[in-house]
Design a protein. Structure first.
Length: 843
C-alpha cells in the first residue's frame, strides 16, 4: 500500500478542507473483522482528490448520496472525482483488527480471556480503522458512535457517554490531526479524578486493577502537578476537555499523545516492584505526553519533516518539568538515558538535521523517531534557551501556541514568534536565524577535544592544554558556538570536592587555553552537561577515568564523563577492558538511575567490541563481580539493590546461584524474587542452557499473564539449541503467524546472544535474504523494530559488514530495513576496528 508523499500531501492540502468526521464502529462481531462507517464533511477546491482506507475489498461509498464505483478503490486509496464546493462522503468498510499494534489492535488477555481494543493512528495508520485524508495539516473535528459488548467501557478523544449497554457516544472534538485519533475499548478498570476543572481518568486491564489502584493516587497527583506546571509555562489552559490516560496492552510506542486520551504501554502499571529509574521514566513519559497537548496537538507540524517541533519540544519540556514534579534526579538520567541515545544516532552515516529531516513520505518519517529528533533536539533547545534568555525563549513559545492554536505551523513560524519577542540586549531575529541554521538545520555532532601542545595566539605560542572544536565525523562542518564548563577532576577520593575547579568557556573556531591538570587529575569538558558534543579527553587522561569516576561527587560531571567514555569506546579511543574497569570502579558511588542505564549498556557493549575468548569473559566477570558487590552492600529493599540484582543476573554465569533465585525466594536480605525478577532469572538461565522446555511451560502455567507469555516466548528463543533458533526464525518470517508483535519481538530478541554466536551464525545471512519479504505482511513500525532486534550485530566480520553495506544501498527494500542495515554497518565497522586493533596489539 503506497505511503502518502510530501508532494501529494501539499497538493491535497491546497485542494481540500475537512470539516468533520463522524465515525460509527460496530465492534460486536466475533472474529478478525469489524465494521467502520465514516461520514466526512469536506470542501473541495479541485475537481479530484483521494482519501486513504486500508481495506482488503472496495468499500461501499456514497458521495452526496451517489454511489462511488468500486473501480475507484485501489492500493488503499479511494479516488473522488467531479468535486467542487461542499460535499458529504459516507464510506462503509469491513476492516481487519491488527496484531502488530498499528490501527485497531485486538488483544485477548491470557489472564481472563477478556478482549481489549486500542486504536493507534500514528504515523499513517488511521486508514486502518477509518476512511480519512490522513495527513497532519488536514485537521478536523471527530465524533464517534460505538457498538460493542455491553460490559465494555469506551474512551477516546472526546468525552464518552454510555447511551445504553453496548452503545457509546464520544463527543465531537476540537479540530485535530488524523494521526491523533484514538479509541480504547474493553472491560477496563478505571479510576477517575478531577483537577482544576479538568476531569481525569486512568484506565488499565481488569487483570491489572489492583496494581492500578495501588498507583492511582500518585499518578493523579503527578498529572495534576504537571497540568499546573504547563498552565504556568504556556499561559494557555489544557484545551481538550477530559484528560484520560489509558495503559493499554501490546502497545508499540512508549506512549502516544492523543488529545483527551493518552495511551501508554501497560508495563507502566508495574506488576512487580519498580526501580527508581522506572518510576522516573514513567513520570517523564507522563510529562512528555502532556507537553504534546500544546506542542503537537494544539499546534501541529505541517508535515513529518518538522517532527522535531513535536518531539524535541516535548522532550525538552519533560526534562524541564519532570524534576519539579517528581524531585527525582532527571538531569543525570537525561544524560545517561537520552543523550547517549542521541549521540549514538548522531555519529552515524544516517545522521540528519534536527529541523527539516527531509522525510519524503509518511512511512520514511518513522525512521526519524530517533535520538536526534528527541534527545539532540532537546539538548539544542537547552542551549537555545540559555542563548535567548528565559523571557524571550518562553515568550516565543507562548506566542507560537496562541497564534497557531488548532492549526499547523512550521519552524519558520516559530522563529517568527521568537523574533517578535526580541528586546534590548537579546539576540535579534537575524542572530537567531544564523544560530538556528548552524544548530538545527545542519546535521552532525562537533568533536570537542582537550589537546596538548603549542597554541598559536596573538602573543605568540603558548604551551599547555587547549580545548579545540573539530567538525563532525559525518555531516557538514558548521560554526556552532558551545557554551560549556570544563572541570579539573581528581582521582583521589575525598580530595576531589575541594580540588575540583570549573572554567566556563564559549568555544568557537579558535582554541581556548585550559588550566593544567595535575597527576591523577583529568580535564573534563562539558562537566555540567551543558552542550551537545562528542567529548575527547586528553589522550593520557582516559586511563585515569576509573579512579576519577569513583572519586567525583558531582553526578552531572560523572554523567558527562560516562558519555565521553561511551563515545570513546565506540570510536576506538577507550579499550573495552578500560570501559569495564570504569564501570566497576564507578558503581559504588553512582546514582541508582544512572546505574540502571550503565549496567545494561556495558553488558551489551562488551561482547560487541571483544571477540569471544578469555578477555571478553574477564571483562564481563569484572562487571558482574562489581554488580554483586553493589547488590550485597546495598540497603535491604532499596532501589539500588534491585538495580544491582538485575544487572548481576544479566551478567552472571553462576547457574547454581541462579537456580536458587526462585519465584518468591529472598536470596539476599530485602530482595524478593517477584514475578518480573523471576522471569529475568529464567531468561538468563535459558540463555545459559540451564532451562528445559518443561520448566518454561511450568513457569508460564504459574504466571499465566500477558507478561508471562512474552517472557516464556523469549526463554524459548534464548536457549542455545539450533532447533530453538530455527523455530524462532521460522515464526518471524511466517506470513501466517498468529503471534502478536510483542511475542515476535521476544523471539527476535532471543536469537543473538553473547556466547551463542556460532549457533546463531546462519541467521546473519538470512536477515538480508528473508526480511524484505516480511514487509508485505508487517506494519511499518513492527517491521523496523523486529529488524533491529534480530540484526546480526554480534556477527562481527568483514562479511557481515559487506552484506550490510550492500543492503543499505538497495532501493527496492523498505526504508526502515535500509536504515537498520546502514546503522548496523556503522556499528560493525566500529566493532571490527576495535577488535582488529586489539588483535594487532597482541604479543
Ligand atoms: Zn513524543
Amino acid at each position: 500500500m503506497a505511503a502518502l508523499t510530501w508532494s501529494e500531501a501539499r497538493r491535497r492540502a491546497e485542494s481540500v478542507a475537512v470539516e468533520s468526521y463522524t465515525l460509527e464502529l460496530d465492534l460486536t462481531a466475533r472474529g478478525d473483522f469489524f465494521t467502520s462507517t465514516t461520514v466526512i464533511a469536506f470542501t473541495a477546491r479541485a475537481a479530484e482528490t483521494f482519501l486513504e482506507l486500508a481495506a482488503e475489498d472496495p468499500p461501499e461509498a456514497l458521495l452526496d448520496g451517489v454511489p462511488v464505483p468500486a473501480s475507484a478503490f485501489a492500493d488503499g486509496r479511494l479516488a473522488l472525482r467531479g468535486l467542487g464546493g461542499r460535499h458529504e462522503l459516507t464510506v462503509r468498510a469491513r476492516l481487519r483488527y491488527s496484531r502488530d499494534g498499528e490501527g485497531l489492535h485486538r488483544f485477548v488477555d491470557p489472564a481472563d480471556d477478556s478482549v481489549y481494543l486500542c486504536a493507534t493512528s500514528s504515523i499513517d495508520n488511521a486508514k486502518r480503522w477509518f476512511a480519512c485524508f490522513d495527513q497532519p495539516d488536514l485537521k478536523a473535528r471527530i465524533a464517534l458512535r460505538v457498538q460493542c459488548p455491553p460490559e465494555w467501557t469506551v474512551v477516546g478523544n472526546g468525552a464518552a457517554t454510555r447511551e445504553a449497554p453496548g452503545t457509546w457516544r464520544l463527543a465531537q472534538t476540537e479540530p485535530i490531526s488524523t494521526y491523533l485519533v484514538t479509541l480504547v475499548a474493553g472491560p477496563w478498570h478505571s479510576v477517575r479524578g478531577e483537577h482544576d476543572g479538568i476531569p481525569l481518568g486512568l484506565h488499565a486491564r481488569r487483570s491489572l486493577a489492583a496494581e492500578l489502584d495501588r498507583d492511582a493516587s500518585g499518578l493523579l497527583r503527578l498529572t495534576a502537578d504537571s497540568l499546573d506546571a504547563f498552565h504556568e509555562l504556556f499561559e494557555v489552559r489544557y484545551p481538550f476537555g477530559e484528560y484520560n490516560q489509558a495503559f493499554v496492552p501490546e502497545f508499540n510506542w512508549g506512549a502516544m499523545e492523543n488529545p483527551g486520551c493518552v495511551t501508554f504501554r501497560d508495563h507502566l502499571v508495574f506488576r512487580s516492584r519498580p526501580s527508581e529509574s522506572e518510576l522516573l521514566a514513567r513520570a517523564n513519559t507522563i510529562v512528555h505526553e502532556m507537553a504534546h497537548m500544546w506542542f503537537g496537538d494544539l499546534v501541529t507540524m505541517r508535515w513529518w519533516d518538522d517532527l522535531w517541533l513535536n518531539e524535541s519540544f516535548a522532550e525538552y519540556l519533560a526534562r524541564r518539568v519532570t524534576p519539579r514534579v517528581t524531585g527525582l534526579p532527571a538531569g543525570p538520567d537525561f544524560a545517561a538515558a537520552r543523550k547517549s541515545w542521541g549521540y549514538a544516532a548522531d555519529r552515524r552515516a544516517t545522521t540528519h538535521p534536527v529541523a527539516g529531516n527531509g522525510a519524503t513520505d509518511a512511512r520514511a518519517a518513522l525512521d526519524d523517531f530517533d535520538g536526534i529528533s528527541y534527545a539532540k533536539g532537546a539538548s539544542v533547545l537547552r542551549q537555545l534557551a540559555a542563548y535567548l534568555g528565559e523571557e524571550m525563549f518562553l515568550g516565543g513559545l507562548r506566542d507560537h501556541v496562541r497564534s497557531h492554536a488548532y492549526g499547523n505551523a512550521t519552524f519558520a513560524d516559530l522563529l517568527a514568534s521568537w523574533s517578535a519577542c526580541a528586546g534590548p540586549g537579546t539576540p535579534t531575529g537575524a542572530d537567531l536565524s544564523r544560530w538556528a541554521d548552524e544548530w538545527l538545520r545542519r546535521a552532525g555532532v562537533d568533536v570537542i577535544a582537550v589537546e596538548t601542545g603549542a597554541r598559536a595566539g596573538a602573543a605568540g605560542a603558548v604551551d599547555g592544554p587547549v580545548l579545540r572544536r573539530h567538525p563532525p565525523l559525518f555531516g557538514p562542518a558548521a560554526d556552532r558556538p558551545h557554551a560549556l564548563s570544563v572541570a579539573v577532576l581528581s582521582g583521589c577520593a575525598g580530595e576531589s570536592a575541594n580540588r575540583e575547579t570549573r572554567t566556563r568557556v564559549v568555544l568557537g573556531g579558535e582554541p581556548v587555553a585550559l588550566p593544567a591538570a595535575g597527576p591523577g587529575e583529568i580535564l573534563l569538558p562539558n562537566a555540567g552537561d551543558e552542550t551537545w558534543a562528542t567529548i575527547r579527553l586528553a589522550p593520557d587522561h582516559w586511563e585515569r577515568l576509573p579512579a576519577v569516576l569513583a572519586a567525583t561527587p558531582d553526578a552531572m560531571a560523572r554523567a558527562a564523563a560516562w558519555n565521553a567514555l561511551r563515545t570513546g569506546l565506540a570510536d576506538g579511543l577507550v579499550a573495552p577492558g578500560l570501559a569495564a574497569r570504569a564501570v566497576a570502579a564507578g558503581l559504588p558511588v553512582e546514582l541508582d538511575v544512572v546505574t540502571a542505564r550503565l549496567l545494561p549498556w556495558i553488558t551489551a557493549a562488551l561482547p560487541v567490541y571483544l571477540a569471544p575468548g578469555p578477555e571478553r569473559a574477564a571483562a564481563l566477570a569484572a562487571v558482574a563481580d562489581a554488580a554483586w558487590a553493589l547488590l550485597t552492600g546495598a540497603a535491604a529493599a532499596s532501589s539500588s539493590q534491585l538495580t544491582a540484582a538485575r544487572g548481576w543476573v544479566g551478567l552472571t554465569e553462576d547457574r547454581e546461584t541462579l537456580r536458587d533465585w526462585r519465584r518468591g525466594a529472598e536470596p539476599v536480605d530485602g530482595l524478593t524474587v517477584d514475578d518480573e525478577l523471576s522471569w529475568l532469572v529464567l531468561e538468563r538461565r535459558a540463555a545459559l542452557g540451564d532451562l528445559t522446555d518443561a520448566a518454561i511451560d511450568a513457569a508460564y502455567a504459574a504466571d499465566r499473564t500477558a507478561s508471562g507469555l512474552v517472557h516464556a516466548t523469549r526463554c524459548r528463543a534464548l536457549r542455545p539449541d539450533p532447533e530453538a533458533k530455527a523455530a524462532a526464525w521460522a515464526e518471524l518470517v511466517d506470513p501466517a503467524s498468529a503471534l502478536s508483535h510483542y511475542q515476535l519481538s521476544a523471539l527476535a530478541d532471543g536469537i543473538w546472544v553473547a556466547g551463542q554466536e556460532e549457533l546463531a551464525a546462519p541467521y546473519a545471512r538470512r536477515w538480508f535474504d528473508d526480511l524484505p519479504a516480511t514487509a508485505a505482511f508487517r506494519g511499518t513500525m513492527s517491521l523496523a523494530t523486529l529488524a533491529g532486534l534480530c540484526f546480526p550485530a554480534l556477527a562481527v566480520s568483514a562479511e557481515t559488514l559487506a552484506w550490510s553495506e550492500a543492503f543499505a544501498a538497495r532501493t527496492d527494500v523498505p526504508s526502515g530495513l535500509r536504515r537498520t542495515a546502514s546503522d548496523g554497518a556503522d556499528d560493525l565497522r566500529r566493532a571490527l576496528a576495535v577488535r582488529t586493533a586489539a588483535a594487532d596489539s597482541q604479543p
